[in-house]
Write a protein that binds this ligand. Sequence first.
Ligand code: FMN
Length: 199
Amino acid sequence: MKKFKEKDFNMYGLYPVVPCIVLVKSEDKINGLSIAWHTALSASPPLYGILVSPKRHSYEMIKQAQEFTINFIPFEKSFLFAVFGRISGKEMDKIKTFKIELEKSNRVKTPVLKDAFIAYECLLREEIETGDHFLFVGEIIGSHERENFFEENKIPNLKAYEPCFYLGRDFYAKAKIGFLKQRVGREEIEKILKFKERI
Ligand SMILES: Cc1cc2nc3c(=O)[nH]c(=O)nc-3n(C[C@H](O)[C@H](O)[C@H](O)COP(=O)(O)O)c2cc1C
């Protein structure tokens, strides 16, 4: 029998989730954050929701820019989730410090990640307060899709890449032969930063 809990329950029954990286360009500054809480909201019109805490530097930037891009990356690039998700744009320019490669968007000012196998250009259509986060509703006005990463019927081509699953608490997994679990948190990113200082 399952144990019923009225408090101190595990909110993360939804994990593992496929996280994404949201980029935003506002007043010529580009920033981004990792997002685990996101969902498709409507097919027609194509609407996509991301949940952003007002504590994030990106929060005001998205409100100001009225646009963002949503980037999905494979497991092999999962360190990018720690770069964008464990460091704030308030402390450093993540794009410059980590030499993040960007590609121009077609309809919005915000670029997309070169490492993304699919990225959506979005215009901010609505903002809804949901407790301690805000639901930003983006209208997808275009997508960048890497060739061969999707089959003809649009389902992922798992021969082309390994999807990244976020387990919470800085653990990422891929499902190839069982699960491979690895931790990539702030400490690991700081190690990279210290290594960079030495060279
Ligand atoms: C894998 C992962 C998923 C995250 N998901 C969310 C999320 O859904 N919403 C959110 O507000 N913050 C989320 N965060 C935290 C932000 O990405 C993090 O606070 C980031 O450093 C904010 O950057 P900024 O201050 O430059 O905007 C997540 C972090 C990680 C590592």
